[in-house]
Ligand binder design. Structure first.
Ligand code: SF4
Length: 389
């Protein structure tokens, strides 16, 4: 049987404020900073104080691992080296640069925020917390990450790594998401324990980066390396031997599963019909192959015929299956059943999308597509020689 997190004097409920003695907090700070000076990661956005570059990295790192972000960040900084360059780019170019990173609202918000910085802040990234929080796509943790890394301000963070480390440090007896207010207070208290203390707040930049690195490299979700941890001495989970069962997890319902019929519609010039989604919502502004959800009692073929008539106002003949793609989004998963189709009659109309185009297979790379559709493009490129269905 797995051990359960017991109630201890340091096991706060969701509304309890930190109550570690100041000398313990000061020791946590100094041991973490010392560890960071030896073992911190060398990441491209840590070699700059440019708030624009740091902002880009913070947004990319939301929901995405460091090793995935690095090449995207480097390409992005070449393509859009300044906030003015990002604001001047058109949204399609920005979405294309983001292609494959997922959570595309992040790219749309970056573009909107760049416009606001140029027009409302004279192209200078704001330094006041309320102004940073007012920018699209920036929440409290991202604001703390930017303001501490770029301007060394003592603004706390609470990303997934920090939540996990704190939950173990204090042996939190509920899931972190049920104790957010308390965890924010802990993060703030350890970052900036006392304004008058000898501990200068001039190390806010390193402290927040160190906190994230501790979670990413030592206090990992599985098998934390407690023997290498600078916080082992004060860690309640380690002292109680319960680090493997913390943080407490939320119980999650299984993700809904949607079966989708997708059409690769060919015309007589060997071109394919693609459409651009409306700008709002999931995957807004991206291009895709048309299709939709299979209704109860429908076959894939009937679903595709119906969806194409409703979405584009044309008649098609559904042919062979090209491929099947499974993809998981944050709140649901999809199975795309992709079929070759032949255009029979009617002029395609953008009834449920913003724009439609006929394109050759070798032109598909010019358009930003969601990740699940990239598999369809690969399947099209790998066709030995196309025969219309
Ligand atoms: S001692 Fe182990 S559980 Fe505690 S903070 Fe360090 S790595 Fe995490």
């Amino acid at each position: 049987m797995s051990p359960k997190a017991p109630k201890t004097s340091l096991s706060p409920s969701a509304d309890k404020a930190p109550h570690l003695p100041i000398f313990v907090i000061l020791e946590l700070r100094s041991t973490l900073l010392e560890w960071y000076s030896q073992s911190g990661r060398d990441l491209p956005w840590r070699n700059t104080r440019d708030p624009y570059a740091i902002w880009i990295s913070e947004i990319m790192l939301q929901q995405t691992q460091v090793k995935t972000v690095i090449p995207y960040f480097e390409r992005w900084m070449q393509q859009f080296p300044t906030v003015e360059a990002l604001a001047a780019a058109d949204l399609q170019t920005v979405l294309k640069a983001w292609e494959g990173l997922g959570y595309y609202a992040r790219a749309r918000n970056l573009h909107r925020a760049a416009h606001e910085i140029v027009t409302q802040h004279n192209s200078v990234f704001p330094q006041a917390l309320d102004q940073v929080l007012a920018l699209p796509g920036i929440g409290r943790t991202t604001a703390g990450g930017i303001l501490s890394a770029a301007f060394n301000q003592p603004v706390a963070i609470l990303d997934g790594n920090v939540k996990r480390v704190l939950a173990r440090l204090i042996a939190l007896n509920v899931s972190p998401n049920r104790a957010l207010a308390a965890l924010w207070q802990w993060s703030e208290a350890i970052l900036a324990p006392a304004p008058s203390s000898e501990t200068s707040q001039s190390d806010s930049r390193d402290f927040n980066q160190a906190f994230m690195d501790l979670g990413a490299t030592i206090c990992t979700p599985k098998n934390p390396s407690c023997l290498l941890c600078p916080w082992q001495r004060h860690c309640q989970a380690y002292n109680l031997g319960i680090q493997s069962v913390l943080p407490m997890s939320e119980t999650r319902a299984p993700l809904p599963h949607k079966i989708i019929g997708v059409a690769v519609i060919w015309n007589d010039q060997n071109q394919i019909l693609i459409d651009r989604r409306k700008p709002e919502g999931l995957l807004g502004g991206l291009w895709e192959f048309p299709g939709g959800k299979v209704e109860p009692g429908e076959t894939i073929e009937i679903c595709i015929e119906r969806e194409i008539a409703e979405e584009l106002g044309i008649e098609i003949e559904v042919g062979d299956r090209l491929t099947v793609v499974d993809h998981t989004y944050s709140h649901f998963r999809v199975t795309l059943n992709v079929h070759h189709c032949r255009h029979l009659s009617g002029d395609p109309q953008p009834i449920e999308c913003d724009e439609i185009r006929w394109v050759k297979v070798n032109e598909l790379d010019h358009y930003p597509f969601p990740k699940a559709n990239i598999h369809i493009i690969e399947a099209l490129k790998n066709l030995p020689s196309r025969t219309l269905p």
